[in-house]
Design a protein around this ligand. Sequence first.
Ligand code: SF4
Length: 213
Amino acid sequence: MSAEILQTFVVSSNKLKYMARPVRFNLIEKDTSDRGINQVMMPEGHMGEGFFATSLDKVVGLARKNSMWPLPFATSCCGIEFMATMGSHYDLSRFGSERVGFSPRQCDLLMVMGTIAKKMAPVLRQVYLQMAEPRWVMAVGACASSGGIFDTYSVLQGIDQVIPVDVYVPGCPPRPEAIIDGVLKIQDLVQDESLRRRNGDQYKALMEGYGIQ
Ligand code: SF4
């Protein structure tokens, strides 16, 4: 290395040393109330120096809520809106739901998007049955919720004729914001669900109503 290059290198290194950006910590809590954004809060409990105690229900609810794995059952146009919801602009992964699964084995949120023909209904039901408990269902758009504009002999007039639904998202098609709102509603249900609900008489009666053991 020539003396001139060495000199330049030393000067640049010194400059870098003085130009280094100071490390800043984001300690100031932002006021997001005007934007309607809810920050994830710790569950209710008792806190003291070096410990925090809460109930198992709340911890499990918090973990499940923020790690939903959706199974998209998309048959038509509403599925395109879901693709936009997964894209970088809307980014469903902000809610812990970026792991989309196309197998019912690990997924816990069945998102039905599109027109469901009566011939497709047994397939949808089969997918639901293959999902392990606890599982939740979201009907996205008018077609999945009620048959939409297709009041015909061949279209199922709402998926709740064959499987129980937790949240309905209106619209033809619903915008990605509406789908995200539906996911937030599901998250509220998941967070507040008792660990014993699935073993309760009410839930069993619901399942029996659909002919599911
Ligand atoms: S609700 Fe409208 S946009 Fe969605 S699948 Fe039906 S016709 Fe298409």
